[in-house]
Ligand binder design. Sequence first.
Ligand SMILES: NC(=O)c1ccc[n+]([C@@H]2O[C@H](COP(=O)([O-])OP(=O)(O)OC[C@H]3O[C@@H](n4cnc5c(N)ncnc54)[C@H](O)[C@@H]3O)[C@@H](O)[C@H]2O)c1
Length: 248
Amino acid sequence: MSALAGLVAIVTGGAQGIGRHIAIGLAGEGARVVVADLRAPEELSASLDGGIAVEVDVSSLEACERMAQAAIDAHGRIDILVNNAGIWSSLVPTPFEELSVEEWRRVFDVNVLGMYLATRAVTPFMRRAGRGRIINLASGTPYKGVPLFMHYVASKGAVIAMTRVMAKELGSDNVLVNAVAPGFTLSDGVLANQTQVEQLQDASAKARVLVRDQYPEDIVGAVLFFAGPASSFVTGQSLVVDGGAYFN
Ligand SMILES: NC(=O)c1ccc[n+]([C@@H]2O[C@H](COP(=O)([O-])OP(=O)(O)OC[C@H]3O[C@@H](n4cnc5c(N)ncnc54)[C@H](O)[C@@H]3O)[C@@H](O)[C@H]2O)c1
């Protein structure tokens, strides 16, 4: 029997890139996946057994509550939330003194507030059920203090901090919260940003113990671990998945 058979998982930002591969991976383990993104990814959800597509902007509490309700209406439960929606691939390297306040706010609205709101929306259902798994997409960048992306790096540092708080506040209801921190990954969004690819691809690969590019598929196993029975006594942790560029 598949490890996640009968369970319902929401993946935010699931239309493309890392989120898309996570959605496919969860469905492969038997989960019914609610793929949520700015535009409902109907084509992907239709290809997944029991999949549904939901339109959500995670920076809106109402939209996150509608997303959670759509999962309940379709399947009657929410077992897993993967907080993957995030702004990264559209960013250009900028000294922090030159970052616009608008861009800083936009990154925090999605990466930090959005993660909080999506989590808040599913929490009542998980608490009531007395179980749940929340997996937050962080990044290796806050460990390394990667320059020229201060807003992004700070937002992902906040994700690691929020993961710990969420784990403590939700542990009494058997809701486990962990983070996965990928290295520079050739996702759909990244591949559409040639500047990022040119500036970061080679340097990232060479900095790894396992010297090669990182792909969305490389991240799926860690998410499945945190979603499944093998991690039932693990919470509040952040697992760096980057081919050994940073030892956490
Ligand atoms: N690619 C990398 O190098 C890398 C490294 C570390 C961490 N991450 C993190 O992994 C996650 C996915 O990254 P990716 O490279 O696959 O991204 P991507 O740009 O390929 O895809 C991101 C998806 O999130 C969606 N999204 C953006 N804002 C949203 C919002 N407000 N509400 C709902 N959906 C929204 C987009 O529509 C898109 O489908 C992000 O949180 C990112 O910060 C990426």
